[in-house]
Design a protein around this ligand. Sequence first.
Ligand code: ADP
Length: 531
Amino acid sequence: MRRFAVGGRLFPLVFLAVYLAVDWVTFIHDPPAINITPWNPPAGLYLALLLAGRRGAAALTFAALMLGDLVVRGTPAPVPVLAASNLLIVLSYGTGIWLLSRRPQFSSGLGRLYDVVWLVIMVPAAAVPAALGFTLPYMAAGALPWAGLPAIVAQYWVGDVIAILTVTPFLLLRFHRTPDNGPRRSPVETALHGLAVAAALAVTFNPLVPDPSKILYILFLPIIWVAMRRGLAGTTAAVPAIQVGVIIGLSVVPGHWQDLTYYQTVMVALAGTGLLVGAVVSERWRLEISLGQRRAELSRVGRLSLIGEMASSLAHELNQPLFTTIGYTRSCRQLLVRGGDRDAILDLMDRAAAEAERAAGVLRSIRGFLRQDGQPGEVELKAALDGILGFVRPDIRRLGITLAADLPAGLPPLWIDAVQLDQVLLNLLRNSIDALASRESRDGPGRIAVTAAQSGRMVEISVSDTGPGVPDDKVGPLFDLFFTTKSSGMGLGLPICRSIVEAHGGRLWLAGNGPEGACFSFTLPMAGHHA
Ligand code: ADP
């Protein structure tokens, strides 16, 4: 378990001061002044201390319990009785926590559902021996009647359990700075959550309701709402708010204070349910994030293997222009030695330069491919498309192509690196333009259509054309590196597009193909829903 340090060497003093203050404020000062109350927040404090695994936590807890009895409650029983009671409490919870700490996966930072489930199991279980252990020495000493044992133990149990479930998770999450992982919520929604808690309390506790205990279940609604939207962190704030609200409600609306133990029992159910739902929601967020990281890793690995493949193809691709260049320069040299024709020499030199250019071009495009390290962000498809059209408009005009972009209104923004989206769109549009340019002119002017539609958390974008389509035998290697049917092609466009799209969690595929044209589709995540 992780240790935390607050206040350094002064921590024990700070803890004792806070403990006594909380004990004083929350202790119900009715006689007998024995620490059996259905609302015992100090228990939440020492449980957090014990769970955080600070050295000397057990001794400090014992000291706090003793001081509480001596100072706040004015020594309600002989000191040995107090000492025996408090020792048994520390032993009970200490054993519960020791058993938890033996589970290697358990972390008191409550970062995972597993931790919260075990906490919610351990606390009520350890509170049973704690309640008995605390009560029995008093009874043995005659300070409490034996006949009252079941009721007293039940009251002690409920007071401890609700206090621990209310206070401890709140403190542990903050001390450990457990990451929230959840989406950010607007201040308006936060205000609405607060309002919902207040409204549920106001509906339950008001003079018009003769028996608030009958409609106490209303309090479950805001807690479930908060848990669903804000995960564990939000729930650990809402549970104390409701708990304090119930205490205030009971003291304001007369005639129900004697039922405090019943109310607290319902609160135990509420806190337990809220914490578990909140933990499930937080767990989902955590898994979504780790899934996203795994996916990014996978695409990085995919790209590395692509690079490996590329390296061998690269050697092959560069060989040819380099050998041709060498051939041309050698011929030049021979011609010069022999005093050959000047024009022939110049022609050979031009050819050598053009071949070297070709080799440089291969390298340039590979560098562009490897530099896929942009940061994704929110990108509007329409704006990206408008920007790209500037590049291709001259060709579109020259070839008399009609370009229709049919983007539905209200299409959500995409989550991608803007430059990379440009790269994908430009590649696909250029391929369509090339395909249309290669057709016979008698087929009439060609058409390119860009469409988009939302599908779940993704947006599907398609670029289709009325070109000749991809011949059947070329469909297989279409996405292979350096596969091209064009004399000036590189065969890098489609593999690059696919790698970009997959790096963002999407897919790219040949969605339609035939003599009437080809259609390439790809998906990208919506902003706000990316993993
Ligand atoms: P390049 O454009 O450099 O050839 P690409 O990877 O972009 O490289 O494309 C590979 C091949 O896929 C092209 O040479 C072409 O044969 C085929 N292709 C791509 N898009 C289309 C299309 N819209 N219509 C027909 N064939 C296409």
